[in-house]
Design a protein. Structure first.
Length: 311
């Protein structure tokens, strides 16, 4: 009986140690860590024990799983847990505001919403936000839709719907940058086409050899370092889909991969005006409607594009 009790205690302490290691890995990656990294960090732990530990951490909400737009799953410490270690030196009102910001996640929260939810006077809210920013606990990001500041935890990456993604900067829609990426993508597909012509035995072989996955195009663009930020798979898919609508590439879903092919009937590589329209890479396209908060009638980016001389 004693030996059974001893074995149970040993198993329990072993489980706690595994969970602590997993939480350690998550703490090192505040923006989320893929399962592959957890597995490599805990390579000496049995697969079943590792999976059971991850399940226990998820059930007890000591860890959360995030589904990214590119389909990846990342494991992360909950926002409140990530910030709890720095709340010791904060006043109660500051802790309450920090919790509201943590709860907002990647979408962030506006100062008026903080005032409404905390019932604090706006003057107090502004002072608290300044204090938290000075302590490097939070940051502010300008929303691409409302042009107002929203507040996030310092290590929290804002959602694309907040920033507008890679195609929106401080001055709004980056039309030149968007056009440059489209041309680079067309150049890459041209290179694939040239290589296919040299290696292919027939038209079918050529068609498949000239294809590229979203991940391959992403790798190519990021290696060129044309942007100060790394382009995500979603950014690349927006660009390639825009080219597809213009008839420059063809798209096919094969299993879990998205493939782009040069069309069998070749078109001019000169980009027509419609391909440069901001709507093609706008993260708010599905919320855009006449009479809505986001509308094609009031959109400054679409208006600017329509008024171009070359159009």
């Amino acid at each position: 009986m004693a030996s059974t009790s001893s074995a149970s205690a040993s198993d329990s302490s072993g489980n706690v140690a595994i969970e602590a290691k997993i939480l350690d890995v998550c703490a090192k990656h505040p923006n989320g860590v893929p399962i592959d990294t957890i597995c490599s960090e805990l390579a000496n732990v049995a697969v079943n024990d590792r999976l059971m530990a991850i399940n226990r951490l998820l059930i007890t909400e000591q860890m959360v799983v995030l589904q990214k737009k590119d389909g990846r799953c990342l494991y992360q410490l909950p926002a409140k847990k990530a910030s709890s270690s720095v709340k010791v030196d904060l006043k109660n009102e500051e802790k309450a505001v920090l919790d509201l910001i943590a709860d907002s996640g990647s979408m962030g929260i506006w100062n008026r919403d903080i005032r409404f939810k905390s019932s604090l006077p706006m003057l107090n809210v502004k002072k608290i936000l300044e204090t938290l920013e000075s302590k490097k606990l939070i940051k502010s990001v300008k929303s691409s839709t409302t042009n107002k500041k929203v507040y996030l935890l310092i290590d929290q990456e804002p959602d694309d719907s907040v920033t507008g993604g890679a195609f929106f900067g401080d001055q709004g829609f980056e039309e030149e940058f968007s056009s440059l990426l489209k041309k680079l993508c067309l150049n890459y597909m041209e290179q694939k086409d040239t290589e296919a012509q040299q290696k292919a035995k027939d038209r079918v072989d050529k068609y498949f050899l000239s294809s590229a996955t979203t991940a391959e195009i992403q790798k190519y663009l990021n290696e060129l370092k044309v942007s100060t930020i790394k382009l995500s798979l979603r950014d690349v898919e927006l660009i390639m889909d825009n080219l597809m609508y213009g008839g420059h590439v063809e798209k096919k879903i094969e299993g879990t991969s998205t493939m782009y092919h040069n069309p069998l009937m070749k078109k001019s590589t000169k980009l027509p005006g419609i391909v440069a329209v901001p709507c093609g890479v706008c993260p708010h396209i599905f919320r855009c409607r006449v009479g809505g908060a986001i509308s094609p009638i009031t959109c400054p980016y679409l208006t600017k594009w329509m008024n171009r001389e070359e159009f």
